[in-house]
Design a protein around this ligand. Structure first.
Ligand SMILES: Nc1ncnc2c1ncn2[C@@H]1O[C@H](COP(=O)(O)OP(=O)(O)OP(=O)(O)O)[C@@H](O)[C@H]1O
Ligand SMILES: [Mg+2]
Length: 250
């Protein structure tokens, strides 16, 4: 079956309010795509709906993973199929230490208890790659984490869980330059024939470090333009107004 994440004519609403209006998007395994677009375009909603957030209603359309429809699956079933979502606003989980959270998440992902040696090998590799102090593993998840630490923690999750498809929502927001490079190093280390990512970002800057294969632009609940990395550069230079006009005129 086709190895890809595929969104077909997806219409989504929230309490009667239409948010997504016919999204079409395909991310083949082995590629990293960027998703850009103005505030309120529906980028985070798309990410959440792909992950199975029950707060949104899918009115129409389908989400397929490797050719199999997952539109109606529970979030944990999607995670077991290799889907990972890092949230724009990461949650605090009081009383759960980072290492324990990761072990539980990995158990969920694998559908069974991970062998303890493998788990620690993954942890060590991830911590080293992020040049982070092991001390973070005994902290409570996101409690008192700085904005940058929360984002690094998402990448830590990514590296330990090793999903096949990852959706990273504004992983760059609030990062200093060094942390940005560290996060990019983490994502880039995952790149390969068995990994795909959809990176939601507002800034070209991140894409200097995570060079996308394809850039999509979302506006008013649909993908209105798709291009190469040069599209992100053009948006950085010209903003979104020209594209709005282009879309309105089409
Ligand atoms: N849970 C919700 N309740 C009410 N409105 C929502 C909800 N989720 C999304 N929306 C609305 O849907 C629209 C799209 O929101 P979304 O967060 O997906 O945009 P975005 O493209 O991620 O924007 P940003 O770049 O600011 O993060 C917005 O108008 C938002 O207010
Ligand atoms: Mg958003």
């Amino acid at each position: 079956m086709a190895n890809r994440l595929e969104i077909q004519d997806l219409w989504v609403s929230h309490e009667g309010k239409k948010i997504l209006r016919g999204v079409n998007l395909t991310v083949p395994l082995g590629e990293v795509h960027a998703l850009m677009g103005p505030n309120g375009a529906g980028k985070s909603t798309l990410g959440k709906v792909i992950a199975g957030d029950p707060n949104y209603q899918v009115e129409k359309g389908r989400i397929l993973l490797d050719g199999e429809e997952i539109t109606e699956l529970e979030p944990d079933e999607r995670a077991r199929k290799g889907l990972f979502l890092a949230f724009q606003y990461p949650v605090e989980v009081p009383g759960v230490q980072v290492a324990n959270f990761l072990r539980l998440a990995l158990k969920e992902r694998l559908g069974k208890e991970p062998p303890i040696t493998e788990f620690y090998a993954r942890l060590k590799e991830a911590i080293d790659l992020l040049a982070w102090d092991e001390e973070v593993l005994s902290r409570y998840l996101n409690e008192g984490f700085s904005g940058g630490e929360k984002k690094k923690n998402e990448i830590l999750q990514l590296l330990v869980l090793k999903p096949r498809y990852a959706i990273l929502d504004e992983t760059d927001s609030g990062l200093d330059i060094d942390a940005l490079k560290t996060v990019a190093r983490g994502v880039n280390s995952m790149r390969g024939p068995d990994f795909a990512a959809l990176v939601i970002t507002h800034y070209q800057r991140l894409l200097n470090y995570i060079v996308p294969d394809v850039v999509h632009v979302m506006m008013d609940g649909r993908v209105v333009k798709t291009g190469g990395p040069e599209l992100a550069l053009e948006l950085e230079k010209r903003g979104y107004d020209w594209l709005k006009e282009e879309v309105a005129g089409a």
